[in-house]
Design a protein around this ligand. Structure first.
Ligand code: HEM
Length: 410
């Protein structure tokens, strides 16, 4: 058993042990340091919140701002200068700006509008599966889990098919930025390329509008609907970025946990109506947004008896909140029969910034699982006894596998 001090260090540094089982570290923190100051490289002014009730409160606490421009010094300490170019969007703003920007795209993501996409999403799933090898091992992440959300979000935005792989590459580079100078440079270049790309796309949509989100946003911009060019480009970037890796990793985590919990997979196969609850359980048990939920204290606040000083950054560990035994019965059990009443997880956040794309993410995950396990009921991990390889990250923002070798029809 490590001490709390060790646990905090591990949480910051993302050692391989931590990546293998962050939940053990979080369990310790919830017990002994539920609001924990992080040490360098984050600096002393970052606090990690790990308990469910604190996390839920913090996610909608107006004293904890999402306004990146207000918090710019605090953000720069962590991310450097490069990350502000494309961040003039709803995720990094407070009301009333947040309300204005969210309202512009909200109607495209309502459950009813998203439900209308079901046949198309199922079609994409079928096409991707058709292209996968059936008898030999292959990595499901690049072949299936990553392309699915990128195709869906590119179609929604109106990004032409020939640009998809470039979008995937650029948004992955932005997301993978580390602390080294080299990776910071790569991130900055990718952000500049994305900025240039979305600026050009706006011009193209101006000339030849289509039935897509970029055309709609460009029209709002041109008709003086209160959207700056910078906000328009940043919103397009956010939708691409937020809708891509999060969903890809969540699909990977779902397939991995179902394949490693055969009784749970059997339950889903026997009762297809359990696919929805299985998706929710994956998001609770091992969701893809681990703690990429920064906020900035605009005044001194107190959580779990700890004072968080004005100016500090606050990181909310959704993955920890979702395993809090004060909230969930038997939280470390992966149980697809939990049911919605017992599964008020925070995997999509909570409050004003609750994930705009949640209905779409659910649709993609359900379609992916139904498509894969429906067609290949004997699907298995390529090496069932092997250790899963979790993605290594500079700080624990996202939770996903580095690879997922499977055999569809052994
Ligand atoms: C916000 C999780 C998929 C678009 C968020 C937040 C979380 C989250 C936790 C809140 C962050 C915070 O409060 O700081 C996820 C997960 C996904 C997923 C786990 C997949 C399983 C998507 C998809 C889209 C999307 C497919 C579609 C484009 C957004 C947007 C926001 C957001 C635009 C910002 C909302 C706001 O600030 O009001 N997401 N997301 N997400 N997500 Fe998702």
């Amino acid at each position: 058993m490590t001490t709390t001090q060790d646990a905090v260090t591990a949480a910051e540094r993302c050692t391989p042990e931590y990546r293998r089982d962050p939940h053990a570290v979080y369990a310790q923190l919830r017990g002994t340091a539920p609001v924990c100051p992080l040490r360098p490289p984050h600096g002393n002014e970052t606090y990690l919140i790990t308990r469910y009730e604190d996390a839920r409160t913090a996610l909608s606490d107006p004293r904890l701002s999402k306004d990146m421009y207000g918090a710019i010094d605090a953000y720069r300490r962590i991310f450097g200068d490069s990350s502000v170019a494309l961040d003039d969007n709803m995720l990094n703003s407070d009301p009333p700006k947040h309300t204005r920007l969210r309202k512009l795209v909200n109607s495209a993501f309502t459950p009813r509008r998203v439900e209308a996409l079901r046949p198309r999403v199922q079609g994409i799933v079928r096409t991707l599966i058709d292209e996968c090898p059936t008898r030999e091992p292959f990595d499901l992440l690049p072949a299936f889990a990553f392309p699915l959300p990128i195709i869906v979000i590119c179609e929604l935005l109106g990004v032409p098919p020939q640009e998809r792989s470039r979008m995937q590459h650029l948004s992955t580079t932005v997301a993978q930025a580390g602390f080294s100078e080299e990776s910071k440079r790569a991130q900055q270049q990718a952000e500049e390329d994305l900025h240039a790309y979305f600026t050009d796309l706006t011009t193209a949509k101006r000339d030849r509008p289509g039935d897509d989100l970029m055309s709609a946003l460009t029209a709002v911009r041109d008709n003086d609907g209160g959207l700056s060019e910078h906000e328009l480009v940043s919103t397009a970037f956010l939708l691409m970025f937020a809708g891509h890796k999060t969903t890809a990793y969540a699909i990977g985590n779902a397939v991995h946990h179902l394949l490693t919990h055969p009784a749970q997979l059997r339950a889903v196969r026997e009762k297809p109506e359990l696919v929805g609850p299985a998706v929710e359980e994956v998001l609770r048990y091992d969701g893809s947004v681990e703690s990429s939920t920064f906020r900035y204290a605009t005044e001194d606040v107190e959580y779990a008896g700890t004072r968080i000083p004005k100016g500090a950054l606050v990181q909310i560990a959704l993955s920890s909140a979702n395993r809090d035994p004060q909230k969930f019965d038997d939280p470390d059990a992966f149980d697809v029969t939990r049911g919605s009443a017992q599964n008020a997880h925070l995997g999509f956040g909570h409050g004003p910034h609750y994930c705009l794309g949640a209905p779409l993410a659910r649709l993609e995950m359900e379609s992916a699982l139904t498509g894969l396990f429906g067609r290949f009921p004997r699907m298995t991990l390529a090496d069932p006894a092997g250790e899963p390889r979790w993605m290594e990250v500079p700080f624990p923002a996202f939770r996903g596998l580095a690879e997922l070798p499977v055999v569809l029809d052994p």
